[in-house]
Design a protein around this ligand. Structure first.
Ligand code: ADP
Length: 725
């Protein structure tokens, strides 16, 4: 008897593994095929994960049959292997990871068709001015009747009348069109010799045709983007089918980078992030899976797009902590990008002015190629960074700017140049306290303080988004008008700036003042055109923008990130402040940065001022090595939560008691985290530290099998945690 084969189908839902099915009659099927298959009472979309010979045991089972094979190119093996890896590494269910791949289910159907109106060869004899406008608009592209009327500025009746008279004819075509192809031979800027060397090193790597990771390590403005553009152009020119993925942090707000891609390659890249509409995502997903989207620029979730022929991944600003996904499947997009490249035999370039210690250690040990870019092109130099010791120069009561910083701002504005004040705190004041009874305004269901937002008149929890109007009276003691703001946010800083520089044009740049890409573009344009003198910004202002007349960066509270017991506090402060400082003096105006601090002797601050990155890295790495912390060891966090505090305490303790004893693994906790309650759920944390050679994911999976949690307790596993709250 010929061997019988079965198809294992993985569904994009909370299932741990694929289920077996019989082949459908008369339809061809392969590993990776998208199918519809019966599951319970429903027919559900899934992916054929593998095809295997039926065992004797299988023969005895009655299996359901796959209902239909969808007409979509199969999910490539490299992508399936990546899903398996992510599920195993992050300790999440395989089906839940597949759900991130099937992020646009509509794209599995062919594009919807739509009717468009185009001008007829011959126009009717009776042409009115309104009809002429319609014809002119119809020459500009393919539009529906309603859209044509809108563009021509006429009523829909005019379009209908013109069509009835034979002046317009209809065509039917798919709504989701392929993207324009990028042109690899369009010339970029003339690279400097060191940029040329870096570009050539990148090109050599991508030409290997195998997994090749590299760290592109160059100061802000040294031309890293130009260098990787050259690597992209080379890949596109050599391989007509190659696909390239560029990951950017907070891409929804950095539209100027997309415009740079378009200028360089003559066509906009495919764009993938949460701000895109379902229709736009459907188009990108379909074009990626058919191999027609050549350059895709996206947020971290773009890693899970089903690329058919991925040849190069670029992770720009690789140190950025927003690459860590903190909800759902917890993963770090930089690390997973390297894994994705490994499964696809592709090159991966991690670019940063302040690389993460993880990537630096990989580069130094030779696991990654290390390509450096030191000088800024042309005259621009990195600005000198100095400190103002707030113990010597305390700001006046109720204000936040010290005399030396104010003095520097005055000079800058006199020279008709611009200042950026950096304060990474949204809103008006981070704390609201009752002067009468000392009550601090807290979130009702989380252990967070509410932040006052004066523009909206509300108190807001930045963790959960909860908000309430600011009350007139203290909710604890009832005293009227006793609630008092403590500490500055950007809105409060604006008040001070306006009082001190009444004729200067000052504005706030935060996610509250600019909540969509158009607002950001508008603000950046006004800053570039010199319509703003003092910009007060959160971390949104720290990234990627080039303002030619910005010559002074003032960091209002350089110590802010140094508080707390986060192992990366120093590293993150160094990275953020370096990036902010790099905003000053990009073109032909030399700039400077001033850090207000209470700790001028902190290693991160000293390194920023002396420009001695090596000293800082050596000190940090020494500490990490002593502790066995990343990148020399691995960490994993186990976060338990429950509606009743006693339940969570009991569960975490029982879990610890069941820990397997393994050499080179430490289990710390349970501890009560700073955020001990979120959205009404009480929390406890365990931290696992292990030597690098230990497979922490396997350790945790084995541990989980030893103990059953009560139904009312939830456990979240966070491999390589970045948040310790
Ligand atoms: P990075 O990515 O390292 O921050 P960019 O590639 O964004 O640097 O370059 C910073 C600025 O310098 C950009 O405005 C870019 O157009 C310009 N630039 C970079 N390289 C050159 C060059 N070789 N010639 C002229 N301008 C350049």
């Amino acid at each position: 008897m010929p061997a019988k084969y079965l198809a294992s189908v993985l569904f994009p839902m909370a299932v741990p593994e694929p289920f077996d099915y019989e082949f459908p009659e008369g339809q061809s099927l392969e590993e990776g095929s998208y199918v519809l298959a019966p599951l319970g009472a429903k027919t559900v979309r899934g992916v054929v994960w593998n095809i295997h010979e039926a065992s004797e045991k299988d023969e005895a089972r009655t299996l359901k049959t796959i209902a239909r094979v969808l007409d979509v190119p199969p999910l490539p093996a490299s992508c399936r292997a990546f899903v398996d890896f992510v599920a195993r590494y992050t300790c999440h269910l395989q089906g839940v990871v597949l759900r991130m791949v099937l992020s646009s289910p509509d794209a599995l159907r062919p594009s919807p068709m739509k009717v468009f109106f185009v001008p007829a060869q011959r126009l009717p004899p009776k042409m009115t001015p309104a009809r002429e406008k319609v014809i002119a608009a119809a020459h500009a592209g393919h539009y529906s009747a309603a859209e044509l009327a809108r563009r021509a500025g006429v009523s829909p009746g005019v379009v209908k009348g013109l069509a009835d008279a034979g002046g317009l004819v209809t065509i039917t075509r798919p709504t989701d069109l392929p993207f324009d192809l990028p042109n690899p031979s369009s010339e970029g800027l003339t690279l400097t010799p060191s940029q040329r060397d870096a570009a050539e090193a990148m090109i050599t790597l991508t030409r290997r045709g195998t997994f090749a990771p590299a760290l592109l390590d160059g100061v802000t403005g040294s031309g890293k983007t130009e260098v990787y553009f050259d690597a992209i152009a080379d890949v596109l020119a050599r391989e007509p089918e190659a696909q390239i993925l560029v990951l950017l942090p907070e891409i929804a707000l950095t539209q100027d980078v997309l415009a740079r891609f378009e200028r360089r390659f003559g066509a906009p890249p495919a764009e993938w992030h949460s701000e895109r509409s379902a229709v736009q995502r459907r188009r990108v997903w379909r074009e990626v899976t058919h191999g027609r989207a050549r350059i895709t620029v996206g947020a971290r979730s773009a890693l899970f797009l089903p690329f058919a022929n991925l040849r190069l991944i670029i992770v720009d600003e690789e140190h950025d902590t927003s690459f860590k996904q903190e909800e759902g499947v917890l993963y770090h997009a930089r690390d997973m990008a390297v894994a994705r490249a490994r499964f696809a035999d592709a090159a991966v370039i991690l670019a940063s002015a302040t690389p993460s210690l993880e990537s630096l250690v990989n580069a130094r040990s030779g696991r990654y190629a290390h390509v450096r870019l030191s000088a800024r092109p042309g005259a621009a130099v990195l600005p000198p960074i100095s400190t103002v010791d707030l113990r010597e120069h305390p700001p006046e009561a109720g204000s936040w700017l010290s005399a030396p910083l104010l003095e520097a701002m005055t000079r800058t504005i006199e020279r008709n140049e611009q200042c950026l004040l950096f304060l990474n705190r949204r809103g008006y004041a981070p704390l609201t306290i009752c002067r009468k009874c000392g009550e601090r305004m807290k979130s009702p269901d989380s252990s967070t303080y509410l932040v006052e937002h004066r523009y909206s008149g509300r108190l807001v929890c930045h963790l959960t988004g909860y908000s309430m109007p600011k009350p007139k009276a203290c909710p604890a003691c009832g005293a009227e008008d006793s609630l008092h703001p403590v500490g500055p946010g950007v809105e409060r800083l604006l008040e001070e700036v306006q009082a001190r520089f009444p004729t200067a044009r000052a504005e706030v740049f935060s996610s509250d003042t600019t909540n969509n890409a158009a607002d950001v573009r508008d603000l950046i344009a006004r800053m570039e055109q010199g319509e703003i003198d003092i910009l007060i910004g959160t971390q949104m202002a720290a990234k990627g923008h080039n303002f030619p007349r910005l010559t002074l960066v003032g960091v209002v509270d350089a110590d802010m990130g140094l508080h707390g017991a986060d192992l990366r506090a120093g590293e993150r402060t160094y990275q953020t402040l370096m990036q902010v400082a790099g905003r000053a003096g990009r073109a032909d105006h030399p700039g400077r940065a001033i850090l207000q601090t209470h700790q001028p002797d902190h290693e991160a601050i000293l390194a920023l001022c002396s420009g001695d990155r090596e000293m800082f890295i050596a000190a940090e790495l020494g500490l990490r090595e002593d502790m066995g912390f990343p990148p020399y060891g691995c960490l994993a966090a186990l976060i338990f939560s429950a509606s009743h505090e006693q339940d969570v305490i009991k569960a975490a303790r029982a879990f610890v008691a069941a820990a397997p004893v393994v050499q080179d693994v430490d289990v710390w906790g349970p501890s009560e985290p700073p955020l001990n309650r979120i959205r009404g759920r009480w929390r406890r944390r365990l931290l696992v530290r292990a030597d690098r050679k230990v497979d922490v994911s396997a350790f945790i999976q084995a541990w989980r099998k030893r103990i059953k949690l009560d139904r009312n307790v939830r456990l979240k596993v966070d491999i390589d945690p970045y948040s310790f709250l």
